[in-house]
Design a protein around this ligand. Structure first.
Ligand code: GLA
Length: 363
């Protein structure tokens, strides 16, 4: 039996003046009035958990499905919440037609560009003026960290790799027909994606969103990419006196072993200097592992989780002038995609954990 306590202090009201507080939402959540009441109580920023991923929006050329996305965007609008469009360009959960042939070979650069524009026009264009910010590109970079940084962010973009789920088909298609003598490469899809997003939804803030974003080379590559794309935009004939990449999304899928607050702080230092705003876009913080679930949490783990969340929120508050929002990737430990790790502020029975009470004190 689900029981949300609506007498709790509201998360988003608590952090008003610092940043918005958001969470994910699915179309079937609308069937649960109590859950929706809780959502409105705690959150003022909305990200669709799945409904707005490319594969749910379009499975074939010219075929678009917007019903679930419409429900979520309407809800955000009606309740005066910040609506996040997640996501336009991603190597995962995206239909083949965008950048591949039926036999899995990649399209040519010209074909991929045509499809990229058609997709963004149809999708971002439909919601133009109603989306606060788009995650224009999600997870473009690899986790390559061993060698010294090459100095070129393009070297870290996903491309071919033995793991079929990790292949960067946008890169490969844009490479297929690129003229290196003109300086063209697979990396050009990055500029185009942001350019088309600006063109078809000019009011929205355009984000680049990434995981493990605080890790060494990725953190540097993201920063260099943002600066480079914005520099390219400044010289573009259609330059509109705005940055093209105006936001950096730190997914913040943390875990107690690898997450180091000083790295997060260093990432804020780097990212904030680009002039882009920052959001924590998919926050959770796991314990244990899928094989060794932290459910129920031991008192020691709960204590460590609380301390780590507190450290992170102290940093968020310190950098809050750069931060638009903190979004949690889940509503409770029961339904989280990483439920094995008890990663959120609310437990498997929707009760606020100690960490909730301690974190709100920081505001
Ligand atoms: C990534 C994506 C999200 C979501 C999570 C896992 O972080 O950006 O959309 O798929 O993985 O659920």
């Amino acid at each position: 039996m689900k029981t949300w306590d609506l007498t709790l202090q509201s998360l988003c009201k608590t952090f008003e003046g610092h940043f918005k507080v958001g969470a994910i939402l699915s179309h079937n959540d609308f069937d649960d009035a109590e859950l929706i009441a809780m959502y409105k109580h705690h959150y003022n920023a909305v990200t669709a958990e799945n409904a707005m991923k490319p594969e749910y929006i379009s499975k074939a050329p010219g075929v678009y499905y917007f019903d679930y996305a419409d429900m979520i965007v309407d809800f955000a609008e009606k309740n005066d919440m910040m609506m996040v469009g997640h996501t336009l360009v991603w190597h995962a959960q995206s239909a083949k037609w965008l950048n591949r042939n039926e036999d899995d070979t990649v399209l040519t650069r010209a074909e991929a560009k045509t499809n990229l524009e058609a997709f963004i026009k149809e999708y971002a264009g439909r919601y133009s003026g109603r989306i606060h910010s788009w995650d224009v590109i999600n997870e473009a970079f690899t986790d390559k960290n061993d060698e010294p940084y090459t100095g070129n962010w393009r070297d870290y973009l996903r491309r071919d790799t033995p793991n079929p789920k990790a292949v960067g088909h946008w890169y490969l298609a844009y490479e297929n027909g690129a003229d290196a003598s003109k300086g063209e490469s697979g990396a050009d899809y990055v500029f185009d994606a942001f350019y088309f997003a600006r063109k078809y939804d000019p009011k929205a803030i355009l984000y680049f969103n990434e995981y493990n974003e605080e890790f060494n080379h990725k953190c540097v590559a993201i920063t260099d990419m943002v600066n480079d794309i914005n520099e390219q935009w400044r010289k573009h004939p259609e330059y509109d006196n705005r940055l093209l990449v105006e936001g950096i999304g730190m997914q913040s899928h943390h875990n107690h072993k690898d997450t180091k607050p000083e790295k997060i702080r260093a990432a804020f230092e780097r990212f904030s200097k680009t002039g882009a705003v920052i959001s924590i876009t998919e926050m959770d913080l796991t314990f244990g592992s899928a094989e060794n679930p932290a459910v129920p949490m031991s008192p020691e783990d709960a204590q460590t989780q609380k301390e780590l969340y507190i450290e992170l929120f102290k940093i968020y508050i310190e950098y809050s002038k750069y931060i638009e929002r903190i979004t949690f990737w889940g509503l409770n430990d029961r339904d989280s995609w990483r439920a094995w790790g008890s990663p959120l502020f609310f437990d498997i029975e929707d009760r606020a954990k100690d960490v909730f009470y301690e974190v709100i004190k920081l505001a």
